[in-house]
Design a protein around this ligand. Structure first.
Ligand code: 13P
Length: 254
């Protein structure tokens, strides 16, 4: 179990083998920032190659099918992602929920399958803008978590990370206020403590995601209950991504 800040790059549908040089540069820099846990989730096609190059960073997948194997053209199971070198998987990302109609119930079966295959899980949640305007954002997010999490998880403090990503902040350059981030993360923490108990619920890291950049990382990461960041656009170059990691580690090479 690690309480180090966790900085995860979600490359989404970006990256060919030409991106391996960025992965190498991220890995080299991560070896100097030992106060921070750094990971990347490249597209499936690069998982094995990044895994082979990486000495310090963990590699993850961006999704998985709930099954183990079978007649599901185009799908990848958690077992297969783990075999390629993935240590974790991002599940329930809003782009999966929107582009592929993924329900909370489907996400829950994926979480179960991924944990069963030995992968750690980063479970995403986050409200659309209208829910925030209606003041129903907290209820919406906690309901997502309630329905997307299995009844029981062994050692959730080790195996589970939550990523709060308000949909309207993803790729828009907009972010909630620090008070709004603090309020949502406190509610998620209270939910986790109620579900998993004081100790384990207190150990699950809660990442913030949505337009995290080197310029705003330090203040966002200083908010209580923010245990790291899930970074999209700014994770695509080692330079911007590792400046976020540097901000997470108090701005010092270690
Ligand atoms: P951006 O950092 O590009 O806003 O993306 C956030 C995200 O969706 C990470 O999963």
């Amino acid at each position: 179990m690690s309480l180090r800040p966790y900085i995860v790059g979600n490359w989404k549908m970006n990256g060919t083998r030409a991106m391996l040089s960025e992965a190498r540069a991220i890995d080299r820099a991560a070896q100097r920032y030992m106060k921070v846990e750094v990971a990347v989730a490249p597209p499936y096609t690069l998982i094995h190659a990044v895994h082979r190059e990486a000495e310090q960073i963990a590699v993850g997948a961006q999704d998985c099918h709930p099954g183990v194997e079978g007649a599901h053209t185009g799908d990848i199971s958690a077992v297969m992602a783990a075999d390629a070198g993935a240590k974790f998987v991002i599940l329930g990302h809003s782009e999966r929920r929107q582009d592929h109609g993924e329900s909370n119930e489907l996400v829950r079966t994926k979480v179960e399958s991924a944990l069963g295959a030995g992968l750690n899980v980063i479970l995403c949640c986050g409200e659309p803008e209208e829910k925030r305007e209606e003041g129903k954002h907290e209820k919406f997010v906690l309901n997502q978590l309630r329905l997307s999490l299995p009844e029981e998880i062994e050692e959730p403090g080790d195996r589970l990370t939550i990523a709060y990503e308000p949909i309207w902040a993803i790729g828009t350059g907009r972010t909630p206020t620090l008070n709004d981030i603090a309020a949502m993360h406190a509610s998620i923490r209270a939910f986790l403590v109620e579900k998993f108990g004081e100790e384990q619920g207190g150990l699950v890291r809660i990442l913030y995601g949505g337009s995290v950049k080197p310029e705003n990382a330090r203040e966002i990461l200083s908010v209580e209950n923010v245990g790291g960041a899930l970074v999209g656009g700014a994770s695509l170059t080692a330079d911007s991504f590792m400046n976020i990691a540097l901000a997470a580690g108090d701005g010092e090479d270690q």
